[in-house]
Design a protein around this ligand. Sequence first.
Ligand SMILES: [Zn+2]
Length: 392
Amino acid sequence: MTQETAKLVIRNIGQILSGKLEQPILDGDCIVALDGKISAIGYEKDLDTDQPTTLVDANGVTLAPGLIDSHVHPVIGDYTPRQQQLNWIDSCLHGGVTTMISAGEVHAPGRPKDIVGLKAMAIASQRWYENFRPSGVKMYAGAPVLEEGMEEQDFKDLADAGIKLLGEVGLGSVKTGETAQKMVKWARKYGIQSTIHTGGPSIPGSGLIDKDIILEADADIIGHINGGHTALPDDQITCLCESCTRGIEIVHNGNERAGLLAMRTAFELDQPERVILGTDSPAGSGVQPLGILRMIAMLSSLGDIPAEIAFCFATGNTARMRELDTGMIEEGMSADFILIDSAQHAPGKNMLESIHQGNLPGVGMTVIDGIVRSARSRNTPPAARLPFVVEQ
Ligand SMILES: [Zn+2]
């Protein structure tokens, strides 16, 4: 063990959720991470746990991958001008979110809509979140909003400058399927992933994007398929699920009934791996520090699916679709974890059952890149048992 290697050992884990649909619960009571990456998963007696730089006793609680919010609208640092709120990202960390993906920095006051300006803002946004992670949360940002007049060279320029995401297609002046399709193709050609707005207008200035535009545009992810807020009619939602194989994103700031319909349709198609979760915050509905946990509890309870499956929607499914090295408990992945337990006095014989009954778990600790970032959540209901740092 060299002096400079950071070794995290988490022992006495009660249950490990993998984030992977094919095997959502793993055997083991211990995880080891070296320099921020998972190096071993199993039983403490079988693993090399000597000389940790940080030793955590999980106290019998559940370890899950850090949650991923697939749809946020950040602007700068840990401040959102949308509702004039500070520290919203830190609040979400206390709700178990360790990674966020921007669907466009659309709330920037005076957002440039000319092409050189929108490219400059996207590149600057990508940089400032790469250089500054609020409370350690990984924010993938720098997601330009498409405007009329963009040419193939613009997408190449953006990709060359490190841009990997488009903002929601439809939030700018590009609103026809034909133009959107052309630009989404250029983006894909240069390795930039795309999401499209789905449903009625979100706020004054945005517009309706219906199933015909979405299918023609063929973006990688059907952004907030349950509307943000206004959902499409049910027949259009099922048609979108059935007519393509793109990501089915369900958000907190959408229509919950439509979200359940989209999830059930994905299961009927035997394609649950397409379901991913976001909050679509900050927005008119504000920010939701517990939004992803609430989506997990809502889909598990009202949709009647096992809670460990619902966790996969917010972890491994999103990581695979977004090509991230997090969201799964697997050797080599980033050591991004949450330690959670039943909330105090929650019904159900264990945490998964209490979530399946519609209750939120309590977050007891978060870990990002192998570093403990927060202890008992200030936002969730208090967990019955709490993990603790034994030595550091
Ligand atoms: Zn939207």
